[in-house]
Design a protein around this ligand. Structure first.
Ligand code: NAD
Ligand code: 6OD
Length: 504
C-alpha cells in the first residue's frame, strides 16, 4: 500500500489521478493550478510521505467556481431528471467497478483497516449516489387548492429548483462517505459542486473526478480544489460570491468561521459538526449486545466517528461487569497494517491529531481519572513506529465537569460512569453542549421509547449504533449542527422551493 514516492524518477507526467502527485479537478480536467504551491500527504500508518498535493490559490478557486457556474447553464442544466439520475446511477456503478482503487486510495490516506473501508466507506460512497437519485425521482412537492371569493379557486403547487453552485467542505474521518453524502444529493437536485476535501485525505475525492469523466458527467459539474482552511482553498471557496450555498462537515469551531463567511450575501449553510456522544447502558440490557455495540461505538475507525461514544453511563448493578468486559474487548483489539485481515484498529489520522489525543490522555490523569486500560502509545514495530498510533483507552472516576468528559477528543477512548436512576441517566446524557447521537441499551422497549424521546440529540439508537437508513433525518442539535441531511431532508438544502399560484 505504500507507493513509490520518487517524483523525479517517475517516467511520465501524470494527467489524471495519481496518489503521488494529487491535482485539482476543474472543468473536467486534472490540473496543477496556478498557485505553484504544494503540500505533503503523509501516511498515518508510517508517518512517511505518500505524495504531494497541489494547493489551490484564489485564482484556482475562481476557475472552479466559473466552471461550475457555466455548467449550470450548459448541458447539465438542460438534462431531464431521468437523464440526470441515470448518470448518477452510472457514477455509483463505476465506483463499484473501481472498488479496489477507491479502497486503496482511502486506506493510503487514512490507514483505516481494509475490512472497515471495504464494508463501510466505499460501498456507502456508491450508495450515496443511488439513494438520492431515487429520492429526487420519487418525492412529490406540495399542492393546495385555495378557495377564492369568485368560487373558482386557485391551485398552488411547489417547484423544486437547484440552488446553484454548492461548496462542499469535507473532513478526513470518512472521506469518500461524507463527501458523497453531500455531492450525491447536490447533483441529484441539479446543482454543480466544488469540493474542498480535507488536506489530510485528498485521494478518493480526486479519484472521483475520473469516475465523473468516465460516465460522461459534463465538465464543470463536479470540481475539486485542494488545500487547507484559513488563507487557503477552504477560506477562498467559502468566501467566493459565486458560491450559492455551503455544506460543511467538520469541527464546530470551523463551522462557526464558515458561517461568518456565508453571512456575506446571505448564503445558505448546512452544518454537520462535532459531538460528545453518550451511551446509556441499563441493567436490563442484553449485556453481550451492549458490550459489542459499545466496543464499536467507542473504537471503530480508531474513535474518529462523529457519532462515536466518548461518555458511557452504566446502571450501577452492572457497572463492574460492563467495565471489565469493555476492558477485555479493548485489550483484544489488534492494531496493525490496514491490509492485514486481523487488524481491527488503525492509527489516528495524523501525528498532529495523535498529539491532541495524547494531550487528553495526560489531562485525564491530571483530572484524577482511573485508567482502566491504555492511556499511552503502543509499541509499534518497524516502519509502523513512525505512525499515529495510540492505545485504546478507558477511564473511570472522573467528575462530570472534567474537560475529558466535556470536550470532543475524537480518539479511541471513553469515560465510563455509573448511574442509579433513569432520570439521572437522561440528565447526564443531556449535560453537554453537543447534540449529535446517543445509544441506549435496554431490553425494556417502553423504557427505550421513553428515554429516547428525552435525549436532546438528532439521532437516537436503541440496541444498535451507526445502523443507517439513508432515508432518515441525519444531523445534530445544539453545537452539533444546523439542518438535517438524508432522504427528503437533503432536498430542503439542495433545492429552492418556488410556489406557483394559479388562479382558476
Ligand atoms: P475540521 O473542521 O478541522 O476540517 C473540516 C474541513 O474544513 C477540512 O476540509 C478543512 O480543511 C476545512 N476548513 C478548516 N478551516 C476552514 C476555514 N477557515 N474555512 C473553510 N474551510 C476550512 O474537521 P476535521 O478535523 O477534518 O474533522 C473532524 C471533526 O469533524 C470532528 O469534530 C467531528 O466530530 C466532525 N465530524 C462531524 C460529522 C457529522 O456528521 N456531524 C461527521 C464527521 C466529522
Ligand atoms: O452515515 C452517514 O450518513 C453519516 N453522515 C455519518 C457520519 C459519520 C461521522 O463521522
Amino acid at each position: 500500500m505504500e507507493p513509490a514516492l520518487d517524483l523525479e524518477t517517475r517516467p511520465e507526467p501524470v494527467t489524471g489521478y495519481d496518489a503521488r502527485e494529487v491535482r485539482h479537478f476543474i472543468d473536467g480536467r486534472f490540473t496543477k493550478g496556478k498557485s505553484g504551491l504544494t503540500f505533503e500527504n503523509m501516511s498515518p500508518v508510517t508517518g512517511r510521505k505518500i505524495g504531494i498535493v497541489h494547493e489551490a490559490g484564489a485564482a484556482d478557486v475562481d476557475d472552479a467556481v466559473s466552471a461550475a457556474r457555466r455548467a449550470l447553464k450548459g448541458e447539465w442544466g438542460r438534462l431531464q431528471l431521468a437523464e440526470r439520475t441515470a448518470l448518477l446511477y452510472e457514477v455509483a456503478d463505476e465506483i463499484n467497478r473501481r472498488f479496489d482503487d477507491f479502497l486503496e486510495a482511502e486506506i493510503l490516506d487514512t490507514g483505516k483497516p481494509k475490512s472497515l473501508a471495504a464494508h463501510v466507506d466505499i460501498p456507502r460512497g456508491a450508495a450515496n449516489f443511488k439513494v438520492f437519485a431515487d429520492t429526487v425521482k420519487n418525492v412529490p412537492t406540495e399542492t393546495f387548492n385555495l378557495d377564492t371569493p369568485d368560487g373558482r379557486g386557485a391551485l398552488n403547487y411547489g417547484l423544486r429548483k437547484p440552488k446553484g453552485v454548492i461548496a462542499v467542505i469535507s473532513p478526513w474521518n470518512l472521506p469518500l462517505l461524507l463527501m458523497t453524502w453531500k455531492v450525491g444529493p447536490a447533483l441529484a437536485c441539479g446543482n454543480t459542486v466544488i469540493v474542498k476535501p480535507s488536506e489530510e485525505t485528498p485521494l478518493t475525492t480526486t479519484l472521483l473526478g475520473e469516475v465523473m469523466n468516465k460516465v460522461g458527467v459534463p465538465n464543470g459539474v463536479f470540481n475539486v480544489v485542494h488545500g487547507f482552511g484559513p488563507d487557503s482553498a477552504g477560506a477562498f471557496l467559502t468566501a467566493h460570491e459565486g458560491v450559492d450555498a455551503i455544506t460543511f462537515t467538520g469541527e464546530t469551531r470551523t463551522g462557526e468561521i464558515i458561517m461568518k463567511s456565508a453571512a456575506v450575501g446571505l448564503r445558505h449553510v448546512s452544518m454537520e459538526c462535532g459531538g460528545k456522544n453518550a451511551a446509556i447502558v441499563f441493567a436490563d440490557c442484553d449485556m453481550d449486545k451492549a458490550v459489542e455495540g459499545t466496543m464499536r461505538s467507542v473504537f471503530a475507525n480508531c474513535g474518529q466517528v462523529c457519532l462515536g461514544t466518548e461518555r458511557v453511563y452504566v446502571e450501577r448493578p452492572v457497572f463492574d461487569e460492563f467495565v471489565a468486559r469493555l476492558k477485555e474487548g479493548a485489550e483484544n483489539l489488534k492494531l496493525g497494517r490496514p491490509e492485514d485481515s486481523d487488524t481491527n484498529l488503525g492509527p489516528l489520522i495524523s501525528n498532529e491529531h495523535k498529539q491532541k489525543v495524547l494531550s487528553y490522555y495526560r489531562l485525564a490523569r491530571e483530572e484524577g481519572a482511573t485508567v482502566v486500560t491504555g492511556g499511552g502509545t503502543p509499541d509499534m514495530q518497524g516502519s509502523l513506529s513512525g505512525g499515529a498510533w495510540v492505545q485504546p483507552t478507558i477511564w473511570t472516576g472522573l467528575d462530570e465537569n472534567a474537560r475529558v468528559v466535556k470536550e470532543e477528543i475524537f480518539g479511541p477512548c471513553c469515560h465510563v460512569q455509573p448511574f442509579d436512576t433513569e432520570d439521572e441517566a437522561v440528565r447526564l446524557a443531556n449535560d453537554t453542549q453537543y447534540g449529535l447521537a446517543t445509544a441506549i441499551w435496554t431490553e425494556n422497549l417502553t423504557r427505550a421509547h421513553r428515554v429516547g424521546a428525552q435525549i436532546d440529540v438528532g439521532i437516537v439508537w436503541v440496541n444498535s449504533w451507526f445502523l443507517r437508513d439513508l432515508r432518515t433525518a441525519f444531523g445534530g442539535t445544539k453545537h452539533s449542527g444546523i439542518g438535517r441531511e438524508g432522504g427528503v431532508h437533503s432536498l430542503e438544502f439542495y433545492t429552492e422551493l418556488t410556489n406557483v399560484c394559479v388562479k382558476l
